[in-house]
Design a protein around this ligand. Structure first.
Ligand code: BGC
Length: 476
């Protein structure tokens, strides 16, 4: 399948993508680390429930603004330079959070880190997609989600390792300097995106970069394609609200919402606290159980990366949502009826694990993949920004209300609420999410222009296709 890409070029592209995916690793690390650090921050400072929620969600607050600013910043500075800038921001924010002497400095540092994460969550996949040859793009873009889960896992391991060390939360935050420094050093050696260079009219540089990336002299075909696609003007912000774009924009924003309101980050950020609630009283055993969560998250994501193109997005998404809903229902029941502590403990652990597995092979990878597929080129940059913003916004809302819900409704009702969200999301996805497996982005775009219902925009027309036979679905 990949016969046209030289081995040397493929190796180089994988290296370039892996370095850029360090931004994903930092995304995972800096969002995951808080789950363990929180247990120790509350020992050093007096923190209210609200303050705890703020400490967790300060990163998300920064990320919302980072994702909003991304479109403009990537165009202004270029992808490579912006990635260098955000690695600096990661380093700066980490210093403030790790060495500050009050909860307010932690908050401030985490907002800076969040801003960098928000930009990185948009720029890294964009950069990877732009330097990749199209044959490898799907797998390479999903590499970013894999890096996110590996970042989360390493944060859990660091949490566990530094549990019994003096000033543990400072170390937990501080270790984030390592991938941040690696990202900044790595980015120094990476090329700028050829697409951005063409946009700046730096054709000679773009040609040299492409030759290097593809390990071949004649890159005129790809260069022409880039020049051609750039002739399609980028839409202004208000143009994305035109009637033919609105449905897909709605779909992207809804997928961002669904990925978050079904509760993933209540587990990712608060797992040790949930395990303590279920009876794992000492911090290190609840953090160890959390390491297990990180491992299955990575493994199930590898499964998703491998099977998304084989089984399709929809089956994985729908089965995943059912599994997530049932697991949450189980968790809710464990807290409601688990009067025997032993039973509660293990049933709650089993439900948490099955929830994570179901999320990782469905919504985890699918959100980032589908939002990079469904938007017509004309509005891709802005529309993707809206979907990424929606994801961070809802992440912020859920993470900053979780502990309050837990305190006011109790654990059982809180998880029941997320289970209901899964059920509603299932209905939405069943009717609205298209299957985009094995169809070109151009075909998707054409279907959107024909104003096909969302559910069918990923379908290639065939002789027997009901879409062709049904007049109301015809092009206007
Ligand atoms: C989500 C994050 C989540 C992570 C868990 C990502 O796709 O956007 O919010 O923490 O998956 O693996």
């Amino acid at each position: 399948m990949h016969t046209t890409i030289k081995r040397k070029s493929r190796l180089y592209i994988y290296t370039v993508s892996a370095i850029a995916a360090l931004a994903g690793l930092l995304f995972g690390f800096d969002t995951g680390i808080i789950s363990g650090a929180l247990l120790f921050i509350e020992k050093d400072f007096t923190v209210s429930t609200l303050m705890k929620e703020l400490i967790v969600s300060s990163v998300l607050f920064g990320a919302m603004f980072g994702s909003l600013a991304s479109g403009t910043l990537t165009d202004k500075f270029g992808r490579r330079r912006l990635m260098l800038i955000i690695s600096g921001l990661f380093i700066f924010g980490t210093f403030i959070a790790a060495y500050g002497d009050s909860v307010y400095t932690i908050l401030l540092g985490r907002v800076f880190i969040g801003f960098a994460i928000g930009i990185g969550s948009y720029t890294a996949p964009l950069y990877i997609a732009e330097v990749s040859p199209f044959e490898l793009r799907g797998g390479l873009v999903s590499l970013n989600q894999l890096a996110i889960t590996m970042g989360i896992l390493s944060s859990y391991i660091i949490n566990f390792v530094f549990t019994n060390i003096e000033g543990s939360w400072r170390w937990m935050f501080g270790i984030g300097l390592v991938p941040a420094i690696l990202l900044s050093l790595g980015m120094l050696f990476l090329p700028e995106s050829p697409r951005w260079l063409v946009k700046q009219n730096l054709i000679d540089e773009a040609t040299t970069t492409l030759r290097h990336l593809r390990d071949q002299d004649d890159v005129s075909h790809e260069l022409n394609e880039i020049q051609h696609s750039l002739k399609i003007k980028q839409a202004k912000f208000k143009e994305i609200f035109s009637p033919w774009i609105l449905p897909v924009l709605f779909l992207g924003a809804m997928l961002g919402l669904i990925q978050q309101v079904t509760g993933i980050n209540t587990i990712i950020y608060y797992a040790p606290s949930i395990f303590q609630l279920a009876g794992f009283y000492d911090a290190s055993s609840s953090i160890l159980a959390t390491v297990g969560i990180g491992v299955v998250n990575v493994l199930a994501t590898i499964f998703a990366v491998y099977y998304l193109d084989k089984l399709g997005r929809r089956p994985l998404l729908l089965v995943g949502l059912v599994g997530m809903g049932l697991s949450l229902l189980g968790l809710s029941m464990a807290f409601q009826y688990g009067n025997e502590e032993y039973l509660l403990r293990w049933f709650a652990i089993a439900c948490t694990f099955s929830y994570i597995i179901c999320f990782a092979f469905s919504l985890g990878a699918i959100l980032w993949l589908v939002v990079s597929e469904i938007f017509p080129l004309e509005v891709r940059a802005t529309a993707m920004g809206v979907a990424v913003f929606s994801c961070w916004f809802w992440n912020f809302i859920i993470s900053s209300t979780f502990l309050t819900l837990l305190n006011s409704l109790g654990a059982s009702a809180t998880f029941l609420l997320y289970a209901v969200m899964c059920a509603l999301s299932f209905v939405f996805c069943y009717y609205k999410v298209p299957e985009t497996k094995g169809v070109t982005l151009e075909q998707i775009e054409e279907n959107i222009r024909k104003r096909l219902p969302l559910r069918y925009i990923g379908q290639a027309p065939t002789e027997n296709s009901p879409l062709i036979a049904t007049p109301e679905y015809q092009a206007e």
